[in-house]
Design a protein around this ligand. Sequence first.
Ligand code: MSP
Length: 509
Amino acid sequence: MSDPFYVTTPIYYVNDVPHIGHAYTTVAADVAARYHRLRGDPTYFLTGTDEHGQKVERAAREHGKDPQAWTDAMIPSWRSVWTNLDIAYDDFIRTTEERHETPVKAFVKNLYERGEIYEGVYEGPYCVACEQFYLESELVDGRCPVHGIPVERLKETNYFFRQSAHADWLLNDYYARTPMPVRPEARLNEVIGLVRQGLQDVSVSRPSLEWGIPLPWEPSHVIYVWIEALQNYITALGYPAGALFRTFWPAVHFVGKDILRFHAVTWPAMLHAAGEEPPREVFAHGWLLVRGEKMSKTKLTGIHPDELLATFGVDAYRYYFMREIAFGQDGSFSWESMVARYNADLANGLGNLASRVLTMIVSYFDGVVPDPGPDAGQGSLERAVAAALPGYRQGMESFAFHEALEAAFGIVREANGFIVTTAPWNLAKDPAQRAKLGTVLWASAEALRAMAVLLSPVMPRACGTLWEQLGIAEPLRAVRLDAAAWGGLKPGTRVSKGDALFPRVTELA
Ligand code: MSP
C-alpha cells in the first residue's frame, strides 16, 4: 500500500479577488496532488479561504458591507478561478464555517488548559496587510518588510501562546528530522537561524475586534486570525475524531516564503503543544515578481489569471508557471517570456510533434495506428522514454516541477530528431519501405502516448485531448504512471487529428 499524500495551499484572504501569485501556489499543489493520484497514492488536496481578521473586516466596511455578507460575496470569484484553472481539490474550507470554528475553539481551549496560553500585554508594530505582529528590528524604514506600507502601533491585552517553550524541541527534534521538514534547504537554515536567535511567544487573541472566533474563556477577545487560520489544515479533516484526519495527517504545506515562519515555527509548536504530530513538510516557494517586485494588489501589480487564460488557455498557463520558475525560487513573470515559452515548448515542440505524427498516420495509414514492423532505429526513442522517467519522478516527488518537465520534454526532443532522421515522408514514397514507415509512426505515436501520461498532472486537459486523438479507449484519468513505460500503444486503433493542441500566439496577442 502506498503512502497517503495530503497537500494543502494557504487559505487565501478574501479581502480581494485572486491574482496570479495566489494561483501559483494552488496550481503547484494541484500538480503535486494529480501526480500522486497518477502514482495511485491515496491523495487529499485542500484549499480554502481565510475570512476573519482586520484586513477582511476593513475591506468589507470600505465597501459598505457587513463582513459575513462580504466574504459570502467574494467566494464565487475564488471558486471560479480554481475551476478555470482545472484545480481538482478534494475540499475547500472557509474559516467562517461551523466545522472550522467549533474545533478551533476546542483546540485553543485545550492549549489553555495545558498551561500553554497565558495573559499578557502586547506593545509594538502590526501590519494589517500581513495580519502580523512585528519586532521593531524587522521593519524596513519603519514600514512593513513585505508590503512596504506603514505599520500600526498596538498596545493591547493579548493572550499568548508559549511558543518559546518549544524552541528546544523545534531545534533538536523537529528540524533535525530526515527527510527535511522545511524545504528548500536554505529556508530550513533560515528558520533554524531564527529560532536560535530566540523565540518570542505569540499572541493568540485580539481584544475589541468583532470579526473573528470568540476566545472560549474570554469572549471579549477574538482568536488571532493566524492562530485559527493555521488550524484549517486539521479542521477540514474533521479533527480530532475524523477518519480523514487519521488517514491523511500530517500534511505537506505549500506556502509562499512570506508566511514560512507561521507554518514552520508557530504551527508545529502549536501542534506539539497539543500533543499532535507536526506537518510532514513545509515547502516555501518564492515570489512572482513583476518588474522586479513582489506582485501584489497592494502595489497595484496584481494580474488576474483570467487575463492570461484568454490568450494561452489553461494547460499552457499551468505549464508556463511550473516550467519557467524553479519551485522554491523567486521568478519574474512577463508576457514576453510566456509567449516565448509557449511557442517554443508547446506550439513548436509538443503540439507540432503531435500534429505531424497524427497527420501522417491519417494520410499514410487511413488513421489506423500501424504495426511496429522491422527496426527503424526506434530504440533511441524507447531509451529516451526510459531515461526521462527517473528525472521526471524525482522532480515530481521533490516538488522540482521544472526539472520533472524538463526531463519529460527530453522525449519531445528525441522524437523530433527521430522523425527528421527517419524522414517518414521519404519512406512513404517507396512501397518497399511500408513496414518500416509503420514502425516509425507507431514509435512516434508511442512517444506521444508516454508524454500524455507524464504531462497529465500539469496539463490535464490537453493531455486528455491528445490521448483521445491517439484513439486509446481507456480514459486517461484511469491510467497510472506505469502506463508511461514503452510499448503500450495498440496497433489497429483509430486516431483523429482534431484541432491543434497549442495554436501559435503572436507577441502582441
Ligand atoms: N491568509 C494567509 C494564509 C493563511 S494559511 C493558514 C495569507 N493569505 S494571502 O492571500 O495573503 O496569501 C496567500 C499566499 O499567496 C501566500 O503563500 C503568499 O505567499 C502567496 N502570494 C501572494 N502574492 C504572491 C506573489 N506575488 N508570488 C507568489 N506567491 C504570492 O497569507
